[in-house]
Design a protein around this ligand. Structure first.
Ligand code: NAD
Ligand code: UDP
Ligand code: UDP
Length: 310
């Protein structure tokens, strides 16, 4: 198959591309390199079945493909809040363009949505039928409302134009290749511990997240794309940790004496988050397999390698 991956030079997109190339597909990546790096795709650059196009999805583009994995959008709060209007444009105009493309060439279209559509959830763990508690005018809105309208567009293209859609609601995912300056909690803690500077815990560190290792997530995306169920479906690891527990896990792996420094909690930071993955288990036969300890170790090894090679 010929497969388009938008955001293919990013963290999840490049791991997905690796898997699709290994399976023998032709892969075209589109990326504007805002938070993505060509480096992530280095091993494919000379492969005739691979192509990377520098392009911003807020502009139209015409390509002929069988499937579209639509991942282009900065995912870390630091990066999506840097230019929030651009984040909205990427989610609205970018998703519209990619749905227009999928409609024209009759490609199956998978949207990488997010657990952020649940906002600061009042239902715990979060099931797909929960409609969320999102602040429409806060500093996270460009991203979470952006993704909500992206889901709306996908379902309207499905109902109005018969576009064959799949919608994944991805929960916090981590692993090798996250940028050192990504700003998300796992990469921050790992980089800080390796540099011997204090780990920055926001608030009291009692807020929770559930962390999924990237290879598990990629499995889920591929199963969703190639199965019958259109979603939305939660993809995430249901093992829930407080941020303080995560800091301790990183300390244990890298440096038990690493200091912890408490910093103010950002506005609208969700207090807790854990996916109910019954739907993914039953409809996709998907279940994450890599526990936090193991995934963290692989991640730390990768960061260490990158930081030592500088
Ligand atoms: P990332 O920032 O590493 O990757 C996003 C990629 O999209 C980057 O390569 C970036 O350069 C590219 N991009 C951004 N705006 C673009 C534009 N206008 N045109 C073309 N390319 C553009 O983030 P990631 O963690 O790999 O996330 C990938 C997708 O998964 C995102 O849509 C994100 O919202 C979603 N997601 C990720 C997580 C997570 O924990 N990693 C959780 C929920 C949802
Ligand atoms: N589009 C695109 N590539 C394509 C087909 C469409 O980028 O191969 C864009 C198109 O420019 C438009 C958007 O997708 O801005 C929505 O397309 P659609 O055909 O649904 O709407 P229309 O063009 O009729 O407004
Ligand atoms: N966080 C933290 N220290 C950091 C970065 C993040 O304590 O250096 C906290 C953040 O406030 C949030 C959680 O970790 O409660 C997850 O943050 P991240 O930005 O990784 O993802 P998201 O908030 O989008 O789930």
């Amino acid at each position: 198959m010929r497969i388009l991956v938008t955001g293919g030079a990013g963290f999840i997109g490049s791991h997905l591309t690796d898997r699709l190339m290994t399976e023998g597909h032709e892969v075209i990546c589109i990326d504007n390199f805002y938070t993505g790096r060509k480096q992530n795709l280095l091993k494919w650059l000379n492969n005739p079945k691979f192509e990377i196009i520098r392009h911003d999805i807020t502009e139209p583009i015409r390509l002929e493909v069988d499937q579209v994995y639509h991942l282009a959008c900065p995912a870390s709060p630091v990066h999506y809040q840097y230019n929030p209007i651009k984040t909205v444009k990427t989610n609205v105009m970018g998703t519209l363009n990619m749905l227009g493309l999928a409609k024209r060439v009759k490609a199956r279209f998978l949207l990488a949505s997010t657990s952020e559509v649940y906002g600061d959830p009042e239902v715990h763990p979060q099931t797909e039928d929960y409609r969320g508690n999102v602040n429409p005018i806060g500093i996270r809105s460009c991203y979470d409302e952006g993704k909500r309208i992206a889901e709306t567009l996908a379902f309207d293209y499905h109902r109005e134009n018969n576009v064959d859609i799949r919608v994944a609601r991805i929960f916090n995912t981590y692993g090798p290749r996250m940028l050192e300056n990504d700003g998300r909690v796992v990469s921050n803690f790992v980089v800080q511990a390796l540099q011997g500077i204090p780990l920055t815990v926001y608030g009291e560190g009692k807020q929770t997240r559930s962390f999924c290792y990237v290879s598990d997530l990629v499995d889920g995306l591929i199963k969703l794309m190639n199965g019958e169920y259109i979603g939305p479906v939660n993809l995430g690891n249901p093992d829930e940790y407080t941020i303080l527990e995560l800091a301790q896990a990183v300390q244990n792996l890298i440096n038990p004496n690493a200091e912890i420094k408490f910093e103010p909690l950002p506005a609208d930071d969700p207090r807790r988050r854990r996916p109910d993955i019954t739907m993914a288990k039953t409809r996709l036969n998907w279940d994450p397999t890599i526990p936090l300890q193991e995934g963290l170790k692989l991640t730390v090894d990768n960061f260490r390698e990158r930081m030592n090679s500088k």
